[in-house]
Design a protein around this ligand. Structure first.
Ligand code: ADE
Ligand code: ZN
Length: 326
């Protein structure tokens, strides 16, 4: 349709993408075979059938299990290259991708294998598609502050190749305050800061991300809408929210996509963007997210253009590069 073509042609940045969440079942099987790893599924259909979640934790249990097929630098390269090929086809010109080193280093995989595999795919994506990218090292918030510090120390030799640190995994019970010191250390090293907040957690966690972590972006932020003063503050500060419509639906953050608040966010003056989060698990890449929420909410072309613009102005690209994309 016209809308599909319009969305595919809209140049965009993707700011909220977990590279481990782009592991398609077909690649999961191929890597399991290549590496002699056993997975608890009989077929690709069997894997897809297991992707029915009632909350974030349901999903995380399956997502961490799926990552067990990733062992070598080549695996991380192939994973990221599959994502970049798919993103380029969706009109993505720049991607800021999160990776969860602890999911791998805790299984005995070298940090170097993870990051070198990702970096070589990033260089290849730029050469092949002209798609630029940046890395966001995400700490798993269900693990300790000490473990986050150890992960930051492991990353030290690659700090000039890492744009930001992030905070993901099980939100409730693991408030941003738990990571205030490690975020301060990352900030002192010149890294940008992002954190998942207000996906399942309360508005108080969004305040903590702002006031205690000093984040440059909020990942999700849906529950900020429950607090009008917080909405005013986020809008006033021009804080970017990396919103993920299909994820929100699959993880029951919204009951129905028809009730998704993306247009309310824009109407409130919030700098919202559209992203895929974990596309292999939630049924779509970034253009699928634009299409699904555009249909469900009847978004105007102006709104879609605004969302795509926000993705560049909310990125960590230098101002000259942002200007080039607008
Ligand atoms: N890790 C991968 N996807 C996530 C999400 N949507 N929320 C928290 N942690 C995640
Ligand atoms: Zn996420």
């Amino acid at each position: 349709t016209d809308l599909d073509r319009f969305i595919a042609g809209l140049l965009k940045a993707e700011l909220h993408l977990h590279i481990e969440g782009s592991l398609e079942p077909e690649l999961m099987f191929a890597l399991a075979e290549r590496n002699g790893v056993t997975i608890p599924y009989a077929s690709v259909e069997d894997v897809r059938a297991a992707y029915a979640f009632s909350n974030l934790q349901d999903f995380l249990d399956i997502y961490y299990a799926g990552a067990s097929v990733l062992l070598t630098e080549a695996d991380f390269h192939d994973l990221a290259m599959a994502y970049f090929d798919r993103a380029a086809a969706d009109g993505v010109r720049h991607a800021e991708i999160m990776f969860d080193p602890q999911t791998h280093t805790d299984r005995g995989i070298a940090f170097a294998a993870v990051i070198e595999g990702l970096l070589s795919a990033m260089a290849e994506a730029e050469a092949k598609h002209g798609l630029t990218s940046a890395l966001i090292l995400s700490f798993l918030r269900h693990l300790s502050e000490e473990a986050a510090f150890e992960t930051l120390a492991m990353a030290e030799p690659w700090l000039d190749r890492i744009a930001a640190v992030g905070l993901d995994s099980s939100e409730i019970g693991h408030p941003p305050s738990k990571f205030a010191r490690v975020f301060a250390a990352a900030r002192a090293k010149g890294l940008k800061l992002v954190a998942h907040a207000g996906e399942e957690g309360p508005p108080a966690y969004v305040y903590e991300a702002l006031d205690l972590l000093h984040v440059d972006r909020i990942d999700h932020g849906n529950r900020a809408l429950e607090d009008e003063a917080l909405v005013q503050r986020l809008a006033g500060e021009g804080m970017t929210l990396t919103v993920c419509p299909l994820s929100n639906h699959k993880l029951c953050v919204v009951g129905d996509l028809a009730d998704h608040p993306i247009d309310h966010m824009l109407a409130e003056g919030l700098k919202a963007t559209i992203n895929s989060d974990d596309p292999a698990y939630f049924g779509g890449y970034v253009a699928d997210n634009y299409r699904a929420v555009a249909r469900a909410r009847g978004l105007s072309r102006e709104a879609l253009v605004q969302l795509a613009r926000n993705s560049f102005t909310g990125s960590f690209l230098p101002p000259e590069a942002v200007a080039m994309h607008l």
